[in-house]
Design a binder for this molecule. Structure first.
Ligand code: GLV
Ligand code: GLV
Length: 318
């Protein structure tokens, strides 16, 4: 009999869905907003595979409901902090994710946030709507990227692609921090430093690391205090401590921030961060190119099909 798969969103790009539908019995949550928890807890019962998104919290309760047919979970994301990996592994369930296919899209958006913050694009756009009187020598001036020192926190696939793109903006220096020296850093001219040195030297601090117990709330009052007053903080990985960031922006501890991720997501429309002129916020669209999202859907489907066939998965969380 056909394997049963539950997919948690209606608008998953169809090339991914079709791969599954050709071979399996697929049930899809019918809406383009996240599946309610109660619905997930019902639908997970008796399935062989789950196709989920980063908006679905996969914890022990979900796994307990699933029963022992559940063989694989494929998340259509590179991050998997929404999944209790230990609980998944201890039940012998395999876990697939989607690295690499979104690296270009996310690094591109990171550069977009660097430009938007350092050249004050959103503020400038607001000015043209409200009060542009004349060209003026220092009006709307920003720092720009050239001659700057850029610090990358987490020099993985995305951090390295950001560094590669930064070279064409004539930045003066690229430094990074991470658990180990990256062999790729040399050709990119990037130098590994301690987190404290990165914070005190960087004009831009870019966060491109996975959310783990070690990186959780890494940016707090103490770390922002170590940054330069002209520093611009850009985060395109996972949200941190928004209250600390808000204080740093309000008090002038740092100059500006560009965020594609935040806590919580979605941010309520009356959230104080949204009122700050020096904060550019995007709704978690780092990987949002049709190419990347389609590849992510296909890779998630391939991960699931491989596991159902006891084969090597294109990208498995080990
Ligand atoms: C996006 O944030 C992802 O993890 O794919
Ligand atoms: C705030 O949400 C941050 O990323 O620090």
């Amino acid at each position: 009999s056909k394997k049963k798969i539950y997919v948690t969103r209606a608008d998953v790009p169809s090339p991914g869905l079709e791969l599954l539908q050709e071979r399996c019995d697929v049930t899809i949550w019918k809406e383009t907003y996240p599946v309610p928890r109660s619905e997930l807890l019902t639908q997970i019962q008796g399935v062989d595979a789950l196709f989920c998104l980063l908006t679905d919290k996969i914890d022990k309760e979900v796994l307990d409901k699933a029963g022992d047919r559940l063989k694989v979970i494929g998340t259509m994301s590179v991050g998997y902090d929404h999944i209790d990996v230990n609980a998944v592994k201890s039940r012998g369930i395999r876990l697939g994710y989607t690295p690499e296919v979104l690296t270009d899209a996310v690094s591109e958006l990171t550069i977009a946030l660097l430009l938007a913050t350092s050249r004050r694009l959103f503020e400038a756009h607001q000015q043209i709507l409200e009060l542009w009187s004349a060209w003026s020598p220092v009006w709307m001036c920003g720092a720009g990227l050239n001659h700057s020192t850029v610090g990358v926190v987490g020099f993985g696939r995305i951090g390295q692609e950001v560094a590669k793109r930064l070279k064409s903006f004539n930045v003066a220096k690229i430094i990074y921090t991470g658990r180990s020296d990256k062999p790729e850093a040399k050709s990119l001219g990037a130098i590994r430093v301690s987190l404290d040195d990165l914070l005190s030297q960087s004009d831009f601090v870019i966060v491109t690391c996975a959310l783990t117990p070690e990186t959780k709330e890494m940016f707090n009052d103490a770390t922002f205090a170590k940054m330069k007053p002209n520093a611009i903080f850009v985060n395109t990985s996972r949200g941190g401590e928004s209250a600390a960031l808000q204080r740093a922006l309000e008090n002038g501890t740092i100059q500006a921030a560009g965020l594609d991720v935040m806590t919580p997501e979605p941010l309520p429309p009356d959230h104080p961060l949204l009122k700050l002129k020096n904060c550019v916020i995007l709704p978690h669209i780092g990987s949002a190119t049709m190419w990347a999202r389609t590849e992510m859907a296909v890779m998630t489907a391939r991960n699931i099909l491989a596991a159902l066939n006891n084969e090597v998965m294109p990208a498995e969380v080990k």
